[in-house]
Structure formats: structure tokens, C-alpha cells
Design a protein around this ligand. Structure first.
Ligand code: SF4
Length: 306
């Protein structure tokens, strides 16, 4: 059986940057806090926690106030209120927000200030979306499909439509088109007074996610079985897993090596391993070794710790 790791999978440059900043900070400081899980991957979190990283929430700020504590902001970014609270409590921020996310926040803010209704294609409570909501004083609308757009969007305001960086591009295009068509239709039937016809769709999906899709389809088709390793909370993990599954029905999602089932590999010649932008290379190597039988399942915890 041949087991191949997808050479385009694993950390995106934004996650590489965040982890690098965390490791540098941990080398210079005994204790560094991070707001929320640094990435959506339990194994990488454990690895960094062993080096002294401690995961907290904004609610923990009071207990570390004025102690010289340093708090890292992860790639997803944070709303302005978090920075203000840290400043008030004498907490030093180490900002590892991904530049792609910062750019999305800046663009959303710019349109919000100009009086546009900012609409975001994404998940309302996703950390990145909370940041975008924050820069728009929580006055933006978050939708996951066209129906929600029709139900929630006020068509008397000019609209600017963005996407959470890790959503799927076909979904974004579909919703943008549906919104545009709805505005055109309402203009024709004239059922809404003072309808605003101005509508902008800004594709803010990160190329590190969408750029992997074509290759991933081919990789999934070229292998008999695909093991997709990612954290269950990873948005892009879900998007990229769906791409694999659509191309190869024998695609299995695992967060942990212990979820691998021997029957998935019976009579199989080629196994492909892929992962999300938050799946570390070292973990995919470990999955490969486990599938090849080099690490007995019970010993893999030990291997992770080494
Ligand atoms: S997927 Fe894109 S936006 Fe998200 S951390 Fe990676 S580079 Fe940044």
C-alpha cells in the first residue's frame, strides 16, 4: 500500500506566521497567553501548551491585569473592544492577526463608515467574523445562504457583501448572484419603497483555501482512499474535506489518529492524506506512519510527545 501526503496541504502561510510569532514569544517569555485556541488543531495546541502557551478568554483579562502579561492575538483577529480592554488593564498585546484578515476588517470598516450595509457570508460566531462585526460596531449582517440574505438584509440600504476568508467560493458567488437578482427583481416589480440599487460583492476568500481546491479534487481522484486530518472546529477543514468527499466517496475525516479504522484500508493500494490550513505537517507524517503500521495505535500518543 502506498501512502502519500498531499504536498499542498498543511499550514497556510498565515498559520505558519502565527505559530512562529507564538514560538518566538515563548522563547523570550516564560508565560504567554493566547486568546482562544491558537489554531483549530488540538495536537498543535498541546505542543505549544507544553512550551508554556496558555489559552484564555477576554473574561480572564481581569485576573492578569497590570502584571506585565502578554497576550497573543491569533490569526483570526479580534474586535477593537479587545484591544481597548487590554490597554485599559495594562496587558501587552502580541498581534498575530493574519494580514489577510486585517485587510478584510479594514475594507469592511471603510464601507461601514461610508454608510453601506455590510453583509458577511460566514458563520455568525466564528472568531474571524466576531472581529469583522466589531469593526462595524456589530451592525453588519452575517448570512450563510441566499435565503438568510433575503430574510435579513434591508434592501433600502446600499450593500457591500464580503466573505469570511475560509468560506467556499462557489457558495459566495451563488449568494452574491441571488442578492443581485433580488435587487433587480424588486426594482422591476417596485414592491419596496426607496430600494437602494447599489450592490458590491467583494470576494475576500483567502487564496490559501480556494487555491487548493482544484489540486485537491485531482489528489482525491488519484487515490483509492483519502484520510483528511483536521480539527473539527476548522472552517476551511470542512470546506476542503467536502471538496475531497465530492471527488472521492471513500474520504474519511479524522481529528485524531485513534479514529482510523483498519477496514478503511482493506484491499486498498493508494491512500492519500490531506489536511486543513491548520493541520501541522508533523501530524500528517504521524498519520502516515500509523497507516503504514509503523506506529501501533496505542503508541502514537508517545510519538506525539516526542
Ligand atoms: S487561511 Fe488565509 S486568512 Fe486564514 S490564516 Fe491562512 S493565510 Fe490567513
Amino acid at each position: 500500500m502506498t501512502v502519500t501526503i498531499d504536498k499542498y496541504s498543511g499550514f497556510c502561510w498565515g498559520v505558519v506566521r502565527t505559530v512562529q510569532i507564538a514560538e518566538e514569544s515563548l522563547m523570550a517569555n516564560q508565560q504567554v497567553y493566547v486568546l482562544g485556541n491558537i489554531i483549530h488543531n488540538p495536537r498543535e495546541i498541546e505542543r505549544l501548551e507544553r512550551k508554556g502557551l496558555k489559552t484564555i478568554t477576554v473574561n480572564d483579562f481581569n485576573s492578569i491585569a497590570h502584571t506585565g502579561s502578554k497576550v497573543l492575538i491569533r490569526a483570526h483577529g479580534e474586535p477593537p473592544a479587545t484591544y481597548r480592554k487590554a490597554l485599559d488593564l495594562g496587558i501587552e498585546i502580541i498581534d498575530a492577526t493574519c494580514p489577510v484578515v486585517t485587510k478584510l476588517q479594514e475594507r469592511a470598516r471603510k464601507f461601514y463608515i461610508k454608510g453601506y450595509q455590510v453583509v458577511v457570508f460566514g458563520k455568525k460566531d466564528h472568531a474571524e467574523v466576531l472581529g469583522v462585526r466589531g469593526v462595524c460596531n456589530d451592525e453588519c449582517i452575517v448570512i450563510e445562504n441566499a435565503q438568510e440574505a433575503f430574510d435579513l438584509v434591508n434592501l433600502t440600504k446600499k450593500q457591500c457583501f464580503f466573505s469570511q476568508t475560509t468560506m467556499d467560493r462557489p457558495g459566495f458567488i451563488l449568494v452574491a448572484k441571488a442578492m443581485k437578482d433580488k435587487i433587480t427583481e424588486e426594482v422591476i416589480i417596485d414592491s419596496i419603497e426607496n430600494i437602494a440599487t447599489e450592490f458590491h460583492a467583494k470576494d475576500t476568500i483567502c487564496g490559501q483555501v480556494s487555491g487548493r481546491e482544484n489540486h485537491l479534487t485531482k489528489f482525491a481522484q488519484d487515490n483509492d482512499v483519502i484520510i483528511f486530518a483536521a480539527g473539527k472546529a476548522s472552517s476551511n477543514g470542512k470546506v476542503l474535506f467536502d471538496v475531497c468527499k465530492a471527488a472521492n466517496a471513500r474520504t474519511y475525516f479524522i481529528e485524531d489518529i485513534s479514529e482510523l479504522l483498519p477496514q478503511w484500508f482493506e484491499g486498498v493500494e493508494n491512500v492519500g492524506i490531506s489536511g486543513a490550513t491548520s493541520t501541522p505537517q508533523w501530524y500528517m507524517e504521524l498519520v502516515k506512519s500509523a497507516i503504514e503500521g509503523k506506529i501501533p495505535a496505542l503508541d502514537y500518543e508517545l510519538a506525539v510527545l516526542q
